[in-house]
Design a protein around this ligand. Structure first.
Ligand SMILES: C=C(O[C@@H]1C=C(C(=O)O)C=C[C@H]1O)C(=O)O
Length: 356
């Protein structure tokens, strides 16, 4: 089977309202598709079976699962998909929304000042009208960009279409070995040689690293922390620390571990409870699957790659909803934070370009 046939199969499933997922792992020249044989909903109670899971930001909501045993599963090479980085997409922003967002950031800074909070991650959604919806075009556009990200197109009649190209790993396991990452700090890349990180950005990223280590310490037998590096994701650069080791498997299942790590300080904040409370009170929309996690899990939890659902959108025949946020700390500037979300929205807007 060729990749174009996989895209056609996906379009056919969408037309018939039957769940499927297409995905490609970072830097791997292959594309996998799992197409359910019939329309049914499976909610994940554990991550023990070969499947693809999609978890929302709020884990009180249901976690969806496409179980491979109920699917036709195909894997094709992506070598023939020509990579076409697309120039920036221009879309207008609403001034009232900008004011509202900057206000929310200012309130987050106030909260951080008054309650000794380190970091709160706030976000927004951006709706764009879709004039030329076509699932095959969407797949071609997504899989011809961002090879180094985790890319996916998911469809389920209960969730609609979600797709994205995320740079952030939540948790990867191979037998008892695991790895994860602490990602924070964002800069637009105008010149790769000029990337320099401020004390604020380094500190913010360190908090993310510390909080992840805290979560894992009593569940791991060995824990290794790498040096912090610059990580390129599309037109953005982030600071990244790799954290890896060996799991103490009798202390946690994969699902328990993922749920312990989520929501990480990269997408919620730290301390978690205060940040979560702020998000619930001040963000005026439902994050849904944005900033949740997703990915393939293997039989008996042996191999799994779960990613944080960033640089993503939900899309239907007439409208796309794009999502982006950023970490607020004591030194944040509301206008710069607004610009950061605009730059992050660009990543997924570029995928949408042929449909606008
Ligand atoms: C919240 C997002 O990104 C996260 C927040 C970052 C930041 O605050 O600098 C950087 C990378 C991600 O961990 C997003 O892309 O929507």
């Amino acid at each position: 089977m060729e990749y174009s046939q996989l895209f056609e199969k996906a379009a056919d499933h969408y037309k018939k309202k039957i769940p499927f997922v297409l995905f490609s792992l970072p830097d791997e020249p292959s594309l996998k598709g799992a197409f359910q044989k019939e329309n049914a909903s499976y909610l994940a109670e554990n991550f023990d079976e070969e499947s693809f899971v999609l978890a929302p930001f709020n884990l009180n909501d249901v976690v969806f699962q496409i179980l491979y045993k109920n699917c036709d599963v195909h894997e094709v090479t992506t070598n023939e998909i020509e990579q076409h980085p697309i120039d920036s997409v221009s879309f207008s922003e609403n001034t009232t929304e900008k004011e509202r967002y900057m206000n929310m950031v200012a309130n987050a800074i106030k909260k951080i000042n008054s309650e000794h909070v380190h970091k709160i991650v706030v976000s927004r959604e951006k709706k764009l009208a879709v004039q030329n919806f076509n699932l095959t075009t969407l797949c071609t556009s997504l899989f011809s960009q961002y090879e180094d990200a985790f890319r996916y197109v998911w469809y389920h009649p209960d969730t609609g279409i979600w797709c994205g190209a995320t740079p952030e790993l939540l948790l990867q396991t191979n037998q008892r070995n695991f790895s994860t990452m602490a990602l924070a700090g964002t800069q637009r890349i105008d010149d790769k040689m000029m990337i320099q990180w401020s004390v604020k950005e380094k500190l913010e990223q360190q908090w993310v690293t510390d909080a992840i280590i805290d979560c894992l310490e009593n569940k791991t037998a060995v824990l290794k922390v790498s040096k912090t590096k610059t990580h390129i994701a599309g037109n953005l650069a982030h600071l990244k620390t790799d954290i890896s080791g060996v799991l103490n498997t009798n202390k946690a299942t994969l699902m328990q571990l993922a749920k312990a790590l989520h929501p990480t300080p990269a997408i919620c904040g730290t301390p978690r409870s205060v940040a979560m409370q702020f998000i619930t009170q001040h963000e005026n929309y439902n994050r849904s699957f944005y900033a949740g996690f997703l990915g393939p899990v293997g039989e008996m939890q042996r191999h799994s790659k779960l990613f944080v659902n960033l640089r993503c959108m939900a899309i239907n025949d007439s409208e796309a909803t794009l999502y982006a946020g950023g970490g607020i700390t004591i030194d944040s500037n509301p206008e710069a934070e607004w610009d950061e979300t605009h730059n992050k929205l660009q990543t997924i807007a570029k995928v949408l370009q042929p449909l606008l």
